[in-house]
Design a protein around this ligand. Sequence first.
Ligand code: SAH
Length: 267
Amino acid sequence: MITFVGAGPGAEDLITVRGQRLLQDADMVVYAGSLVNPGLLSLCREECQIYNSAVMTLEEVLEVMTAGYREGKKVVRLHTGDPCLYGAIREQMDALEDQGIPYEVCPGVSSFCGAAAALGAEYTLPGISQSVVITRMAGRTPVPEKESIASFAAHQATMVIFLSTGMLKELSRELIRGGYPADTPAAIVYKATWPEEKVLRCTVDTLEETARKEGVTKTALIIAGRILEGGYERSRLYDPSFTTEFRQAVHQEPPAGEEKRAGQKKD
Ligand code: SAH
């Protein structure tokens, strides 16, 4: 069996319990060395064969994994965050299927969750945004034209932008062109959950200068949207006047003035 494992966003103890067990049992690990915390490899047994895919092609990765599988080894393919986002796992899974090799996926904590934790943010605030757009700027990997940053920005929903730290001027331009007012709050989260994590708060207009001042050029997520401000409506789920499947309403009306909160921006 070959298992694709999400390593989590960085901190070594943010891998899942299952992922940890798979690493402890593995005979071979092929890890994405550009972003996976190498400290996780200390979970592996002494005799485990370890390969860094950052210096390998898809063909080479497949060659070592399939050879390992054919020798009866437990193979782990370790990807950063959760492998379902920008993980290039589809092409690996298809190639394994072509060869009749079984595989499984063990999910991980994506960096977009690590970034929310670092920000103390909730991406879905009632009355502000109930959607999260996960996207990227086109780089060497193209983005379909219908998925332009500007077209998503028109919704003014929460946006989490991967793989775009090198293009922040263009990103600001596209966010504003699409419809975000220039003073919409934004954040840059560098290496979320790693010891060297940085949380930089700014506006959609000031992304590039903010990153430049702090020397952030890669391994960051850009978050944009009014969820980074204070205001929102309180949740229905925990509202005393709201009956749910598990709880009977105790009041008919919420206490006056309680449905809106004008909170403070966190620094
Ligand atoms: N599968 C991964 C994403 C891989 S793409 C996940 O679920 O997180 C690589 C990009 O993810 C980086 O360029 C950066 O934009 C983002 N990224 C990965 N780890 C990060 C971290 N700890 N903090 C901030 N951004 C991160």
